[in-house]
Design a binder for this molecule. Structure first.
Ligand code: COA
Ligand code: NAD
Length: 691
């Protein structure tokens, strides 16, 4: 019997199966909620039904509430009422969980009278990662099943657990092998005859656990003080020792406060950004098969890229200039894999299998069978030209030839080969086996199927591929080069580097810009500034502080000294930097002034948004959301703020224009209002409308 488009009831004698079929992931949107409600009413009214099981078609039981409905007017029945209705059903109702069972899906499950997991299922409450809390009984029924401590842990972290952990913490009652429908029939029958114990979760007594609550509060105060939702989750869980109805009402109130918070909007934007970037003009092209990847260069990036490819099950060749450098590359890959084993991310057997697939060699001729070659040699056009010229003579037809260059012109690199249609930029971020961003840089002649291959490879490596056009620095580094300058100007004009870092960290970045430079190596930026020096416009203010730190042989973390001194404890600001800054101010005739934390943040973010807008105007990024993804997954932009373009919409185009005009009174060369921003201010439009 079809209840509506997404819910139906299948009858087998005295058993009724309620089937959820709402592709792609059975999200509990309005139709699912309404259908479930009506289905429960129907099975209750049907005297022939003695037991009920709910299962999902496709790849999930229910992947959660429909995130697209968050922030929109609510439509009855709300999920809390649906879960209560299921719990109140006078006939036993079993939930059969497979694939994904998250958030609202898990709340439906714990509203049922028993839960059976099919191996492979993942369950959890990822709500806090979306800026909300479980809002349909998760904070009340969850602790009734798992105890307060386990519930707090799972709810405040968003951790996703497998069937074994779900069984041991009490979230599910049984693990059964089989297809969802078959397990559902079997379990409904067992519930009918009393072989599967059934109970109403809401009636279970919870043991108070003040210690777990205090410990969680302390942990959140230390690690997540700036986040809104996890704290509200604890407050809701605290109410679970009282009557269910009062707890549900409080949970609802806290959930609503989360829905209205700007963090919720930012986090959900980030969720969709990760998926939106896959929508590219080349999406229809057939990607080429990739099983053997060649990496040229075994330095910082080459060994990280090789590790990422090995982790994804690919065969990896690595080439270096000589045996010694190759040995270093091999060792770094070995250490990376050992680190994964140590952190419990990889089994020893998997590590051994990965090492079997790793084939370092100094003979580039060995790359003849590679499907994709990724060049990660020195950032020098001469070296890259030589490498691509040689690859052209060695690689098989159809091999994708990629460069990991950070700034150089991929068109020029492509022109060194007789097959520019096979050449692309694959710009990884350091450490390449950890950072999720991969800029897929599309040159003038790159073939669509080569772009599609870049995106398919990103997916295989579990990275977020973002399409970028060719320019100095592509999307991310071009914007970075611009806002790094404002950080330097802030220092020249009066702020200390560590004050800038602290302000930016307070905004939510994992690290401030000077700490990042120290980590990346100050020599990298130095080399780049020297490269650009001949073309630097005379009107541009130039801050030589970092150059002078480098001239003294200090390159940041790798030499133990840069903007900070790195020793045993916390890094300390390097005292000589203050002297250099004072001298540079004097040379420039600048009288130092004070900048508040807010003033630093405003200039930094405005500079970032201004250049990001120009990147968009130039067509280097497809949409504003692509820029957000670049910063969220490659530059440590605070996820709860959704990315620079989402932040721009929060600030508003008119305010941004006013700020830039104000700053331009001091430095009209650097601060220029992008035409697009002016137009947006005049028309009161947003970046979100361009996605
Ligand atoms: N609400 C609305 N849409 C959702 C959704 C949800 N809860 N979960 C996934 N989707 C959409 C995605 O946006 C994507 O849409 P698109 O194809 O238009 O881009 C589609 O479903 C497939 O999702 P995707 O993430 O690409 O598939 P996957 O197989 O890699 O992963 C999940 C599936 C369920 C693991 C993953 O989507 C996920 O983690 N979803 C969020 C779950 C969640 O947080 N639920 C709690 C909400 S309270
Ligand atoms: P690196 O100096 O650590 O490594 C470069 C390696 O290339 C060295 O081991 C060197 O021996 C090897 N090499 C040089 N010429 C070679 C040749 N002709 N054949 C084979 N091997 C050769 O540099 P890195 O930081 O790994 O950077 C490599 C590339 O990646 C550069 O283009 C850089 O701009 C880019 N990149 C770097 C980062 C980063 O954060 N370090 C991030 C993204 C992209």
């Amino acid at each position: 019997m079809q209840i509506n488009d997404v819910i139906s009831i299948e009858r087998e004698g005295p058993l009724a199966l309620i089937v959820i079929d709402n592709p792609p992931v059975n999200a509990a949107g309005h139709a699912v909620r309404e259908g479930l409600w009506k289905a429960v009413e129907a099975v209750e009214a049907d005297d022939g039904v003695e037991a009920v099981a709910i299962y999902g078609k496709g790849r999930a039981f229910i992947a959660g509430a429909d995130i697209r409905e968050f922030g929109k007017p609510r439509m009855e029945p709300i999920l809390t009422d649906v879960c209560n209705r299921i719990e109140d059903c006078t006939k036993p109702v079993v939930a059969v969980l497979h694939g994904s069972c998250f958030g609202g899906g898990l709340e439906v499950a714990i509203g049922c009278h028993a839960r059976v997991a099919i191996p492979g299922v993942k369950v959890g409450f990822p709500e806090v990662t979306l800026g909300v809390i479980p809002g349909a009984g998760g904070t009340q029924r969850g602790p009734r099943l798992m105890g307060i401590g386990a519930a707090l842990s799972i709810i405040t972290t968003g951790e996703r657990i497998g069937h074994e952990d779900a069984l041991s913490c009490g979230l599910v009652d049984r693990v059964e092998e089989g297809a969802p429908r078959e397990v559902a029939l079997r379990m409904a029958e067992e519930a009918r005859v009393g072989a599967l114990p059934c109970r109403k979760t809401g009636k279970i007594e919870v043991t108070p656990d003040a210690e777990a609550i205090e410990a969680t509060k302390a942990k959140l105060a230390a690690k997540a003080a700036h986040l809104f939702a996890p704290h509200r989750a604890v407050e809701a869980v605290e109410a679970c020792t009282g009557p269910l109805e009062a707890g549900l009402a409080l949970e609802r109130e806290k959930f609503q406060a989360c829905i209205e918070s700007p963090q919720r909007a930012g986090l959900i934007h980030a969720f969709f950004a990760e998926r939106a970037v896959e929508k590219i003009p080349e999406a229809g092209a057939e990607p080429r098969e990739v099983s053997v990847v060649g990496v040229i260069g075994g330095g910082t990036m080459g060994s990280g890229i090789a590790t990422a490819c090995l982790n994804a099950g690919l065969t990896v060749r690595m080439n270096e200039r000589d045996e010694e450098a190759l040995g270093r590359g091999r060792d770094t890959v070995g250490k990376n894999l050992a680190g994964a084993v140590k952190r419990g991310k990889m089994s020893e057997a998997k590590r051994d299998a990965a090492l079997e697939r790793f084939k370092p060699s100094t003979a580039l001729e060995d790359f003849a069978d590679c499907d994709v070659v990724i060049e990660a040699v020195f950032e020098d056009m001469g070296v890259k030209r030589d490498v691509f010229g040689r690859l052209d003579g060695i690689c098989k037809p159809g091999a994708v030839l990629a460069s990991n260059t950070s700034y150089l012109d991929v068109n020029e690199i492509a022109a060194c080969t007789s097959r520019p249609e096979d050449v692309i930029g694959l710009h990884f971020f350091s450490p390449a086996h950890i950072m999720r961003l991969l800029e897929v840089v599309v040159a003038e002649k790159t073939a669509p199927e080569v772009v599609a291959t870049g995106f398919a490879l990103a997916k295989k490596l579990r990275k977020v591929g973002v399409r970028a056009g060719v320019c100095d620095g592509f999307i991310g580094n071009r914007i970075l080069s611009h806002y790094k300058k404002v950080a330097d100007y802030l220092v020249l004009d009066g702020a200390a580097p560590h004050e800038v870092d602290t302000a930016i960290e307070d905004f939510g970045f994992a690290m401030g810009p000077f700490a990042v430079s120290d980590l990346a190596g100050l020599d990298i930026g130095w080399a780049n500034r020297k490269r650009l020096a001949p073309t630097r416009p005379a009107e541009e203010r130039y801050v030589a502080v970092a150059d002078r730190i480098c001239e003294a042989g200090n390159f940041g973390r790798k030499t133990g000294r840069g903007f900070y001194v790195y020793g045993e404890g916390q890094p300390e600001p390097a005292p000589e930097v203050a002297e250099i800054v004072a001298e540079e101010r004097e040379k420039a005739g600048v009288t130092a002034r004070e900048f508040s934390k807010e003033a630093i943040q405003a200039r930094f973010i405005t500079a970032m948004i201004a250049e990001a807008t120009r990147v968009l105007e130039d067509g280097i990024a497809l949409r504003p959301i692509d820029i957000d993804a670049v910063f969220l997954f490659g530059y440590g932009f605070p996820r709860h703020r959704g990315g620079p373009m989402h932040t721009a919409d929060v600030i508003g185009a008119s305010e941004l224009v006013a700020r830039i005009e104000r700053y331009a009174e001091e430095d009209p060369y650097y601060w220029q209002v992008p035409d697009l921003l002016r137009k947006m201010a005049a028309e009161s439009t947003t970046f979100a409308e361009m996605n």
